[in-house]
Design a protein around this ligand. Structure first.
Ligand code: SF4
Length: 305
């Protein structure tokens, strides 16, 4: 697939002129830096004028694939929305976008407006994903780092996110181009939520994510241990079928907050396959209650603001 077509000129010009309505002369986007090219200034201002309308920006990361990171990102975003917040969910897993499937938004498309690209809306949740731009779900995206960085920049600067309380960014596993682009482009970013599973092999990889955050100066909001024990579909008892506690031990060892453990719940997988947001459709289940408790400190960030 070819790199994403830039949006039309109207949308591009609209976003680049947005700062004309703001009188904050102390903002760094209000004037051109010494030696900064006009085009670079316009692009920086376009990006900043989107980001300044979003109160909290959070990246969800994992050290390796298969730990349920997108499930956590989706349910985090939906939990915040259900708590009355205006939320954006930006899926920057360019090679394997799963957010549209998990939210039942497959086949949805992005449209243009004078204010920029319009994200897909689900209640008060605005969603942007590479999955909306692929002509068919089997299409492989074969792009190198700089192109991916350009797409992430477009997702931030050219999408009409509007005023949001939270933007949740679902990054692909590992510490490659995409998470690096996100933390370079979103300035300031509130921090990262790191998802792992209890097994030692996952905890080893997640240490790399924490080291990455420290290298780029990004706050670690906390670690979530996913797939920690199994919820019996008959009696709801949680059985530790595999080793548990690895994520918590690793978080303590690395001196970062531990947000909590989410058990393996067949309903979570069922909801994702059915394109239903788990915390919304199974709101009364014990696992949804666990997820809400895990989200509470993140929700409190906005109440403190
Ligand atoms: S980036 Fe935001 S705060 Fe800064 S000048 Fe533009 S609109 Fe105003």
């Amino acid at each position: 697939m070819e790199p994403m077509e830039p949006n039309n000129k109207d949308a591009s010009n609209a976003s680049k002129n947005q700062c004309n309505s703001c009188a904050d002369s102390s903002c760094s986007a209000a004037k051109r830096h010494d030696g900064e090219a006009e085009q670079d200034f316009l692009e920086r201002r376009a990006l900043q004028s989107r980001l300044c309308r979003i109160k909290h920006k959070i990246m969800v990361m994992s050290g390796k694939g298969g730990v349920g990171k997108s499930t956590v990102a989706v349910n985090l975003a939906i939990s915040l929305m259900l708590a009355g917040k205006k939320v954006g969910l930006m899926d920057v897993d360019i090679h394997g976008p799963s957010v549209p499937t998990m939210l039942g938004l497959e086949g949805a498309t992005i449209t243009n407006s004078p204010d920029g690209l319009l994200p897909v809306e689900l209640g008060h949740l605005k969603v942007m994903s590479m999955g909306f731009l692929l002509p068919n779900p089997d299409e492989a995206v074969i792009w190198r780092g700089p192109v991916k960085g350009g797409v992430i920049k477009q997702f931030l600067a050219d999408v009409a996110w509007g005023d949001l309380d939270f933007l949740i960014v679902d990054a692909p596993p590992g510490t490659g181009d995409e998470p690096l682009s996100v933390c370079q482009l979103i300035e300031p970013i509130d921090g990262a939520v790191v998802v792992t599973t209890p097994q030692k092999i996952a905890a080893v990889d997640v240490r790399k994510s924490i080291t990455f955050c420290r290298h780029v100066g990004m706050t670690i909001l906390g670690v979530i241990e996913n797939m920690s024990g199994f919820v019996c579909p008959h009696c709801n008892e949680v059985t530790p079928i595999l080793r548990t506690g690895g994520g918590q031990a690793m978080a303590e060892d690395m001196g970062v907050p531990f947000l909590g453990s989410i058990p393996i719940d067949p309903l979570v997988a069922e909801a994702a396959d059915a394109g239903q947001a788990f915390v919304m459709h199974y709101a009364t289940s014990p696992t949804a209650e666990i997820m809400r408790k895990i989200v509470a400190p993140i929700l409190a960030m906005d109440d403190k603001a």
